[in-house]
Design a protein around this ligand. Structure first.
Ligand code: ZN
Length: 258
């Protein structure tokens, strides 16, 4: 299954999958209807369905217009039904998108309602992870606790290494500046940052990433690496936490103040 990024707002990507035979697209988190509408007009296709990861406006702002225009189903967090969502989902549910089964993971942390969608049946596994996991970073904890986000990211970290990671923001270079500050000796991180900088110089998205790259370079998946926790604690002027939740919380707070 191939995803195409439609840039929206300053740094969002609305990921779509385009079935050219059926002349339709599926859309993930359409914060802006206009971007999706233009794509449909230019490519003579319609919206067959929408997946929502969480309730933030830059992820659902375009839903109503697209439903009015295309009369499509909208899958997502249960509490948004019926105003935004027509097909409520929760942990363990499956959604079929163009013959591909996507497994729903509940990943609270950034928000309490956050869902991720994992595709496992095509050649390359993938995850549509909204604002839970970014290349080199993770979503801010607006609603959930560090313990919740740690558990959510631990589940993502355990996915197969070749899983493609489709996050919704182009935050990569800023994330890597922070990552390098607390993990300065990480060669994989340095290499990934250079590759991302080359992509951005050409105005190319740095996404998708892979779980393997994130395992090696993303400080929010490296909460159990002593040197990373020490680096975050130093930025905060604190002693390194001795437990994983405390360590994760230190990394998150260090980034929030970076
Ligand atoms: Zn969000």
């Amino acid at each position: 299954m191939t995803f195409i990024p439609l840039p929206a707002f300053n740094d969002n990507y609305i990921w779509i999958t385009h079935n050219r035979e059926q002349k339709h697209i599926w859309v993930v988190d359409p914060g802006d209807a206009e971007v999706v509408d233009s794509y449909c007009k230019q490519n003579a296709c319609r919206v067959a369905g929408i997946l929502i990861t969480h309730h933030h406006k830059d992820h659902i702002g375009g839903v109503k217009t697209l439903v009015d225009n295309y009369d499509c189903e909208v899958f997502g967090p249960r509490h948004l039904a019926p105003e935004v969502i027509s097909r409520p989902l929760e942990e363990g549910d499956c959604v079929t998108v163009d013959g591909e089964e996507l497994l729903v993971l509940a990943t609270p942390g950034h928000t309490l309602d956050h869902l991720c969608y994992v595709g496992q049946s095509s050649d390359t596994p993938f995850i549509l992870c909204g604002d839970t996991l970014f290349r080199g970073g993770c979503g801010r904890l607006f609603e959930g606790s560090p313990a919740q986000m740690l558990q959510s990211l631990t589940r993502l970290r355990q996915l197969p290494g070749d899983t493609l990671v489709y996050g919704t923001h182009e935050y990569t270079l800023a994330n890597y500046r922070f990552a390098r500050a607390i993990d300065p000796d990480n060669v994989a991180l340095q290499n990934s940052e250079q590759q991302a900088a080359r992509l951005r110089a050409n105005h190319t998205p740095t996404l998708p990433s892979t779980i393997a790259v994130e395992q090696q370079t993303n400080p929010f998946l490296r909460f159990d690496v002593a040197s990373v926790v020490r680096g975050a604690a130093e930025l905060l002027g604190e002693a390194p936490a001795s437990d994983l939740i405390g360590a994760f919380a230190q990394i998150r707070r260090a980034k929030d103040g970076f």
